[in-house]
Write a protein that binds this ligand. Structure first.
Ligand SMILES: *Cc1c(COP(=O)(O)O)cnc(C)c1O
Length: 513
């Protein structure tokens, strides 16, 4: 018996409170804190200001907020958190998402009053520290990506893509070639945001197939390149966790027809401190600070998707830019070719601050070590998971992976009726978050697994043992049970379509139900 098969996975039960809304704890007069009484002069000036507000902006009634005590609030949200799952609860191997441990130190730094009590309308002289942090972070990101200039403006990865593609557009427009360059090439393995960003910026999306080895098919690329090409959007390592080994040639081919190369840097985690998109020939890239740089993410925000560009694209970056003039930091709007403003103010500042603290604490060596561990963890899992009964690997099964890998549960579905969805739901019974499933679209019954550097060998072994157990269950006649999991979570099989199509997001929507 090998060491691995001695590992016993245990089912873990999630708390299950029938927790009402915070409004249901409302008792008139209850308070969580005391406010000092206002002085009469201030009240008077406030009333005067309110009287001058246009009627259309005034509420007829004060907002109906719950009146609750501190203990009501703490217990309510603690119970909800016990019914939830996050990166602080256990492994979160969501491929393409880099769900890693975010050091609590960086949370503390982002909550310091020096960071939270400043306002973007303050005089620049009074926020020199904040400007310095943005300036330094931009330069560190330049260093890490091999780009010449970075903007912190975009608020998410997809927003960064959109800004990057607008920059590509502005570049072709400046050369007088925009009418001609209407096509953006995107591989079929790309994250869905890539074609969406290109289409939103007005380009026609040309999808090219991946080769059998899971990488860009050079012949297909060649056939799609022309004087109409505006650019190519690429993720490297790609969503299969494979490094596009022909990247130099790809870059040359795109540049030869006058196109630009966009690097989707959401998957930068396995390259940090080792390989730079700028050196691979990319002209523009984005970073997901809320994946690789210490901001927890999920649920749609908050995020930050800075964009880096090579020198020839710098004039098109959004404004204002942070500049250094002697010892003084300032904001500069004077870029006539800029694509303009892409958000209110300058950056998701607290997220920039976490990234700054993270890079400062890790140093280049630390980042390099973390990316090496992320790759080692992914390959350790890949080696074990691909050999579990019921799984197969459709692309380059013997090639080394980077940050993630994709296995297909197609054999298990065919032989036992147990699907990738069933497997992922069953994992929740063992206290593990499921991997990404049914993505990328080029792999049927896909499970896309990214352990990150966070997990110890012991945790990885538990994860492997859980998948083995599920496979054993599937092949020993327990398929029916596996269609009705999870058993141990606070909510069982939820109707995901209804949750997405008819979300219930407010107290009013609850009472209207
Ligand atoms: C997460 C991700 C994105 C999009 O980032 P968001 O911040 O979610 O908009 C884009 N591309 C890849 C490869 C990603 O993994």
């Amino acid at each position: 018996m090998d060491a691995m098969s001695r590992i016993k996975v245990k089912e873990r039960k999630q708390a299950n409170w029938e927790e009402p809304l915070i409004y249901d704890y409302h008792t008139p007069g209850k308070r969580g804190m005391d406010f000092p009484s206002l002085d009469a002069e201030f009240v008077q000036s406030l009333e005067k200001a309110l009287a001058s507000l246009p009627g259309s902006l005034k509420r007829e009634q004060p907002p109906q907020l719950p009146e609750v005590s501190e203990i009501d609030v703490i217990r309510h949200y603690t119970r909800l958190s016990q019914m939830n799952y996050g990166v602080d609860s256990g492994i979160y191997p969501l491929g393409s998402c880099t769900m890693k441990h975010n050091p609590k130190l960086n949370e503390e730094i982002a909550s310091l009053p020096e960071a939270t009590d400043i306002h973007p309308y303050q005089e620049q002289e009074t926020v020199q520290g904040a400007l310095r942090i943005m300036y330094e972070l931009e330069h560190w990101l330049e260093e890490l990506s091999g780009m010449d200039a970075v903007t912190l403006h975009p608020s998410a990865g997809a927003h960064g893509e959109f800004v990057g593609v607008l920059i590509i557009r502005a570049y072709h427009a400046k050369k007088g070639e925009l009418d001609q360059r209407t096509e953006m090439i995107v591989p079929d393995s790309a994250h869905g945001t890539n074609p969406a960003s290109a289409a939103m910026a007005g380009f026609e999306v040309i999808e090219i197939p991946s080769g059998e080895d899971g990488c860009v098919d050079l012949d297909a690329l060649k056939a799609s390149l022309s004087e109409r090409t505006a650019g190519l959007m690429l993720t490297n390592p790609n969503t299969l966790g494979l490094f596009e080994k022909d990247i130099k040639e790809i870059a040359q081919m795109v540049h030869e027809v006058g196109g630009l190369l966009y690097y989707d840097g959401a998957n930068l985690n396995p390259l940090l401190g080792r390989i730079r998109p700028g050196d691979m020939g990319f002209d523009v890239c984005h970073f997901n600070l809320h994946k690789s740089f210490s901001t927890p993410h999920g649920g749609g925000g908050p995020g930050a998707g800075p964009v880096g560009v090579k020198k020839h694209l710098e004039p098109f970056l959004p404004v204002p830019r942070v500049k250094k003039d002697g010892d003084r930091y300032c904001l500069d709007d004077d870029y006539p070719d800029s694509i303009g403003k892409v958000r209110g103010f300058h950056a998701s500042f607290a997220i920039a601050l976490r990234a700054h603290a993270y890079i400062y604490r890790m140093g280049l060596e630390g980042l390099k070590r973390s990316s090496e561990l992320a790759v080692l963890n992914a390959n350790y899992l890949f080696h074990h998971v691909k050999n579990i009964k019921g799984f197969e690997v459709l692309h380059a099964p013997d090639r080394k992976r980077w940050h993630e890998f994709v296995v297909s549960a197609r054999p298990m579905l065919k032989e036992t009726g147990v699907s990738a969805l069933d497997i992922s739901k069953r994992l929740q019974d063992f206290g593990m978050h499921p991997p990404t499933i049914y993505f990328p679209l080029i792999v049927p019954e896909a499970l896309m697994i990214e352990p990150t550097e966070t997990e110890s060998k012991q945790e990885l072994d538990f994860f492997i043992a859980a998948l083995k157990k599920i496979s054993e269950e599937a092949y020993s006649g327990k398929a029916e049970m596996l269609h009705h999991v999870p058993h141990n979570t606070s909510r069982h099989l939820v109707d995901e379509v209804a949750a997405a199509r008819k979300p219930v997001l407010s107290r009013r929507m609850v009472s209207d139900q």
